[in-house]
Design a protein. Structure first.
Length: 122
């Protein structure tokens, strides 16, 4: 079992064992995608909440949860799942904003941890 932290290192180890693009591991490809996609998804979530578009926000949270699960970013999975569930049941704006804040913190922590897991480019 992986030690506590923002990442499930066993999931990453499985991805690192698989070949990805241009000689990198699948983990490196997935990390690169997450580092690009997470901030964009968080922006979409903020915009959707600002416009009271709960459906778009819920779908964005679910998509982020899926991307995070692939990499073992466990706190992002938890926080995005809580946000998606809350939006699905008609959460208040203040509850949604609080959950988004937690998700943004989890995302920042996961991005930092994943960047450290990236195989250095020679």
């Amino acid at each position: 079992m992986s030690a506590p932290g923002p990442l499930d290192l066993e999931v990453l180890a499985q991805l690192k064992a698989l070949a990805g693009n241009r000689g990198a591991s699948l983990a490196d490809d997935a990390i690169d995608a997450f580092l690009k996609e997470c901030p964009a998804r968080l922006r979409r979530l903020r915009d959707a909440l600002a416009h009271s578009d709960w459906r778009t926000a819920e779908h964005s949270a679910q998509a982020l949860r899926g991307i995070a699960a692939t990499l073992g970013a466990r706190e992002v999975v938890r926080a995005s799942g809580e946000l998606a569930d809350a939006l699905g049941r008609g959460a208040s704006s203040s509850e949604a904003e609080a959950l988004l804040s937690q998700l943004a913190s989890a995302g920042a922590e996961a991005m930092a941890a994943l960047a450290q897991q990236r195989t250095p480019v020679p």
